[in-house]
Design a protein around this ligand. Structure first.
Ligand SMILES: Nc1ncnc2c1ncn2[C@@H]1O[C@H](COP(=O)(O)OP(=O)(O)OP(=O)(O)O)[C@@H](O)[C@H]1O
Length: 266
C-alpha cells in the first residue's frame, strides 16, 4: 500500500486514562481512501478509545496517547485539535447520537457548517444535500431534535457531520439502541455515501453482523489489543468471529478467543 492510498494510519498506539489505566497497547490500523473499515469488539475492549485518540478527543476524558503515531493524510495529528482535524476532513460522530436537543433539526445541521464559515448559499446547498440523503429530516427540519426518534437523531448527528464535508467519517456505534430496520437504513446511507462520494468510514460497532456486511475490512479489538484483522468477508466466515461476535454460540465466552492473525494480504 502506498502512502497516498492510506488516509488514516495508527502506528503502535498506546493510550491510558488518568495516567494509570492502560486502555490501548500497540494498536496499528489503516483506513485506505474510499474504504469502510469496521472496528469490532465487546464492551470496554477499547473501540471508543481508538476513535477518540484518532479525533483528538481523549484529553476531554482525562486520557492520553502515551506512545505511537497517528497520521491523517500522511501527516501527524499530534499537534492538531479536534476542530482543526474536522477542517482537514476528519470528523467523528460521537457515541449515543449526540444532538442539541433544544435546537431544531435544521439548527443542528447548520451547527456542523460553522467551522466552514459558509455563506448563505453554500449553507443552503449543504442543507439540501443532507435533506436529499435523509429525506425524513427535511420533513422534521423545524422539530426540536430532542423530540425525534432515535433513528432520526442518529441521522441528524450524521447529517451534521456531513455539513463539514468530511473525507473520513468516524462513527461510534451508530446502531446502538436502534431497531434493526433503522440500523439497516442508516448503513445503506453510509454505504451509498461511500460509493457515490468516495467517503471513507471507520465505524466502531458491537453489532458485528451489520458492520461486516457493509465494511470492506475489519479489525477486532480485545482488551486494548488488535487481535484480528482482515477482509470483512473473511472475518465473517471465521468460526471464532461467528462464535464471539456474530452471536452464533451463546456459550461463546467459554470457548477460546480469536488469536492474533494478520489478514492484511487478503
Ligand atoms: N474516561 C475514562 N476513564 C478511565 N477509564 C476509561 C475511560 N474511558 C474508558 N475507560 C476504560 O478504557 C477501556 C476501554 O474502553 P472503551 O470505552 O474504549 O471501550 P469500548 O470498546 O468503546 O466499549 P463500549 O462499547 O462500552 O463503549 C475500558 O477498560 C474502560 O473501562
Amino acid at each position: 500500500m502506498t502512502a497516498t492510498e492510506t488516509l488514516l494510519e495508527l502506528r503502535d498506539v498506546e493510550a491510558s486514562y488518568n495516567q494509570a489505566i492502560v486502555a490501548l497497547r500497540d494498536v496499528s490500523l489503516k483506513v485506505r481512501r474510499g474504504e469502510i473499515v469496521a472496528l469490532l469488539g465487546a464492551n470496554g475492549s477499547g473501540k471508543t478509545t481508538i476513535l477518540n485518540a484518532t479525533s483528538r478527543l481523549l484529553a476531554a476524558e482525562r486520557g492520553q496517547i502515551t506512545s505511537g503515531k497517528i497520521l491523517f493524510d500522511g501527516r501527524s495529528t499530534s499537534k492538531s485539535s479536534t476542530a482543526e482535524l474536522a477542517q482537514k476532513g476528519l470528523v467523528q460522530v460521537l457515541e449515543g447520537r449526540r444532538v442539541f436537543r433544544s435546537l431544531t433539526v435544521e439548527e443542528n445541521l447548520a451547527s456542523g457548517a460553522l467551522a466552514r464559515r459558509s455563506n448563505r448559499r453554500e449553507l443552503r446547498d449543504d442543507l439540501d444535500y443532507v435533506y436529499g440523503v435523509f429525506p425524513q429530516l427535511k420533513h422534521r427540519r423545524r422539530s426540536l431534535a430532542g423530540l425525534l426518534s432515535g433513528g432520526e437523531q442518529q441521522m441528524t448527528a450524521i447529517g451534521r457531520a456531513m455539513m463539514t464535508h468530511p473525507r473520513l467519517l468516524i462513527l461510534d456505534e451508530p446502531s446502538m439502541g436502534l431497531a434493526p430496520l433503522v440500523v439497516e437504513e442508516i448503513y445503506q446511507v453510509l454505504g451509498a455515501l461511500n460509493r457515490m462520494k468516495g467517503l471513507s468510514l471507520l465505524v466502531a460497532e458491537q453489532n458485528a453482523y451489520v458492520a461486516l456486511r457493509h465494511a470492506h475490512r475489519g479489525y477486532v479489538v480485545e482488551n486494548g489489543v488488535v487481535v484480528l484483522e482482515g477482509a470483512a468477508a473473511t472475518l465473517q466466515e471465521r468460526e471464532d468471529v461467528k462464535d464471539f461476535y456474530l452471536g452464533r454460540n451463546t456459550r461463546a465466552h467459554r470457548r477460546e478467543s480469536p488469536t492474533r492473525t494478520n489478514y492484511a494480504a487478503v
